[in-house]
Design a protein around this ligand. Structure first.
Ligand code: NAP
Ligand code: 3JM
Length: 349
């Protein structure tokens, strides 16, 4: 079948922190759009948004919003995806879903194009975009796995508040102002809006992202563990995660410890490998204080890696520091990149 030149694209959650970055990314990439549907809840319906110099009106997302849509990019929370993604598929659209709703569904490919683009070939209408913290980690670790084998991953995250949506960024800003002005404040959003207690995020660190599971890990930590195994096609790989929210607006950082299979690997070999890996930028020059930081990652599609050290006790152990813009490679860019891959592979009819 002849490939179309432009596609009818729908963005569900277009007014959100991720949705706004999806729109910007579509513009920056000059994504081939013939028609654009910007969807949200009834709250934002009627708002005007300019894209590529054209004014669009935000519409309320409904089951029949997907008539004629080729590609639907969902980032409006898991319940919206569960309610509407199947309607989009019924109308003939391919869904790229940014929520955790379908990530562990066996019939749904979970894709980071640098790692497992070919998994797109087995889609059934829905493709899942992994969690932001998982994405940047697997981009950095897949080349190591391919070259030296990967036995174990232990990761601690330092995650930005924008991962919890636009309201969490507002909460950090308002709280910071209140504290600096010695005024009272009432935490209401973080760590999890729907959970029982809320804690100060300004000038603090909260070791809870998403809700606790019976095994003592949080859901965010379990997402990292399960998604990594699925994306890397390796159920045997040992993964443990501790996810922490810090008072940074944008840019997730991760301290990652890995154990490779091969003996005698050197730091220089790892640096050379990562320097030439897709989607990775090596920033590792301690003598000149060069290392990745979240403030420098904002606006970039890349994953930045530095502080690479060999463990002092284990010849197969290495420590890395991995940073990326959580709203871009962690969400919007990875979704648009998946859409570009789908077009390239001729999978959008
Ligand atoms: P946000 O800033 O709170 O935005 C939420 C968006 O969803 C808004 O556009 C909102 O529209 C829309 N929405 C809410 N309820 C809706 C409904 N019933 N029907 C249709 N649209 C509805 O949140 P965000 O940070 O952009 O994140 C959105 C979702 O993306 C998250 O819930 C999460 O599942 C996913 N996400 C994924 C990653 C990742 O790692 N890949 C990272 C962050 C977020 P209104 O303006 O009308 O309220
Ligand atoms: C990042 O309300 C919801 O379902 C959204 C919860 C959420 C998720 C998720 O589980 O989809 C907030 C922020 C994510 C994510 O990417 O996993």
């Amino acid at each position: 079948m002849e490939q179309k030149k432009g596609f009818h694209v729908a963005v569900v959650g277009a007014t959100g922190a991720v949705g706004q970055q999806i729109i910007k990314t579509l513009e920056n990439r000059k994504f081939p759009i013939s028609q654009l549907s910007l969807l949200s809840s009834a709250r934002s319906a009627g708002k005007k948004v300019e894209v590529n110099g054209i004014e669009y009106t935000i519409q309320e997302a409904k089951p029949d919003s997907f008539e004629g849509v080729d590609i639907a990019l969902f980032s409006a929370g898991g319940s919206v995806s569960k309610e509407l993604a199947s309607h989009a598929v019924k109308h003939g659209a391919i869904v790229v879903d940014n929520t955790s709703a379908y990530r562990m569904d066996e019939k749904v490919p979970l894709v980071v194009p640098e790692v497992n683009e070919k998994d797109l070939l087995n889609h059934n209408g829905i493709i899942a975009n992994p969690n932001c913290s998982t994405i940047q980690m697997v981009v950095a670790l897949e080349p190591i796995k391919q070259q030296f084998g990967l036995k174990k991953i232990i990761v601690s995250t330092y995650q930005a508040v924008s991962g919890s949506g636009a309201v969490a960024v507002d909460e950090l800003t308002e709280q910071s102002k209140a504290i600096l002005n010695d005024e009272p404040f009432e935490p209401a959003i973080l760590p999890v809006k729907s959970d029982k207690k809320h804690y100060q995020i300004a000038f603090n660190a909260i070791p809870q992202i998403d809700v606790f599971q019976d095994n003592g890990f949080t859901y965010e930590e379990m997402k990292m563990i399960n998604e990594t195994k699925k994306i890397m096609h390796d159920p045997q790989i040992q993964v443990a995660a501790t996810c922490v929210r810090i008072p940074v607006a944008v840019g997730h950082s991760e301290s990652v410890y890995v154990e490779v299979e091969k003996s005698g690997v050197t730091v220089e070999e790892l640096k050379e490998l990562l320097k030439n890996s897709p989607g990775v930028v090596l920033q590792d020059d301690p003598a000149n204080q060069v290392y990745p930081m979240p403030a420098d990652s904002v606006g970039s599609q890349d994953v930045f890696v530095g502080r690479i050290r060999k463990d002092l006790d284990n010849d197969k152990g290495f420590h890395l520091w991995v940073v990326s813009d959580n709203l871009l490679k962690g969400a919007a860019w990875n979704s648009v990149q998946i859409a570009e891959s789908l077009i390239k592979l001729g999978l959008v009819k």
